[in-house]
Each structure stands twice: as structure tokens, then as C-alpha cells.
Write a protein that binds this ligand. Sequence first.
Ligand code: SAH
Length: 257
Amino acid sequence: MSNEIKSIHEFDINLICDYFSGLERQGPGSPGITIKALSFIDNLTEDSLIADLGCGTGGQTMVLAQNAPGQITGIDLFPKFIDLFNANAVKLNLQDRVKGIVGSMDNLRFGNEELDLIWSEGSIYNIGFERGLTEWRRFLKKGGFVAVSEASWFTPQRPAEIEDFWLDAYPGIDTVPNKIAQLQKAGYVPVAAFVLPEKCWTENFYVPQVKVQEAFLKKNPGNSNAAGFISNQRHETELYYKYKEFYGYAFYIGKKA
Ligand code: SAH
């Protein structure tokens, strides 16, 4: 532990990391959906190199490793997530094929045309869908695949309340056909796109957070940052239940053209 005084920003990030560390997944998804997305990818062998960007604690990475051959590098900005990621790999005896390293998706150290597959569930929004797809493309071999899940509108129009929420949280959210067009424009053949079922958000993401929220508030009594963060999470959850017919996540799979 260092004695240096942390900025409020860093403090918040630590709180957020602490909160999400208690969850198996840090975004909506499921093992079945990871396997479904993987079913569109046909180029993998034991020599394949795969990167999972914004891997979190590795919920989806371990599923990927159990269902695909090759070496997987998980990359996440937060060291605490990477520690948990590597501990999970050891627990599942995957440590020879799955390694987590701290890094940023906007500053990747892979060589040109080194990777067979770039995976990113619920994370590409950190760099932006179009920017991520465009910048990551050079790391893929010709014919390599990208598979990402991303917040998407399901209808051409939405009620103002949810539109305003998302335009503030992530203005990159767009309709599924527009996202597919962006994938193509970034230099990929659109191989598949499908919407994640609601239970990836409800049962697998928001329901497990209820207990974590109670424990988190007990652990941080009188901490207004912690309380504020939890009320944001609860607001986000309520909006999902209210407006889930209008938005959610879709998986987009592309092949480097
Ligand atoms: N893929 C995981 C985590 C999704 S949450 C899952 O589906 O469960 C988004 C993740 O992106 C978090 O783990 C966060 O730490 C990570 N992240 C945020 N900014 C990042 C960046 N610039 N580079 C790499 N990872 C980043």
C-alpha cells in the first residue's frame, strides 16, 4: 500500500473495481452466448492466437478457452481484474493457454497480422465501436475474425428518457443495421449479428448485483461516493426493465476482408 493521496477519480475507479470484482461477469452475457458467437468462427487451431480485450475477471474468456483451441491473451486496464482473471485460469487449469495482462485497448502491443481472433464482450464501448474495429484490424491475420458485443438500439425510434440516458452514457449506441454497416466500413465481412436474450441482462447481470449492492453499502458506510455509485447502478437497472424492448446488446462477428 502506498501513502500517496489519490484523486477522487482514482478513488471512484477503485470503488467501481471493488464492486465488480465480486461478480462473475462485469457485463451482460452468458456462456451459451459466447459459445454461439464462437460457432461462426472457423479458422482456429492449436496454434491460433486470440486476444480478449476488456476481459474483466475472465468470465467469457474461460468459456472461450474451454470451447476453442489456441492461446488466449486477456487484456484489461484494471490490475485487480487481471489478478482475478489469472487466478480463475489457474482454478480451471487453463493457465498454460490463458494469460491475463494489464493493458489498454487503445495501445495494444501485438504485431501486425499476429492474431487469428479478437474477442471483446461488453467492452469495445471504452474505445468506441468504429474506432476499435478500425484500429484493431491491423493486428488480425487476413481472414481473421473479430467478435464483439455492443449496446444497440432495437427500434428506429425510442422514448426520450432512454434516448437521453444512452446519449449521455454512450453516444456510440446505434441500431443493429447501422452497426453492421460500420463493421463493413471498417474492413470486415459481416459474418453474423444477433441480439442477446434478456436473461443475459436480468438473471446473469442485474440479479447477481442485488446482493453485491447490499454488501457494498455495508462495507462502505457513510461513503457518499459509494452510495452515489449504487444509486446510479439501481437507476440503470430500472431503466433496463422499463425500456428493454428498445435496446440491449447485440453480438457482431466480422471476418477481416
Ligand atoms: N468482458 C467482460 C468485462 C466487461 S466490462 C465481461 O463481459 O464480463 C468492461 C471492461 O473493460 C472492464 O473490465 C474494464 O476494466 C475494461 N476496460 C475499460 N477501459 C479499458 C481499456 N481502455 N482497455 C482495456 N480494458 C478496459
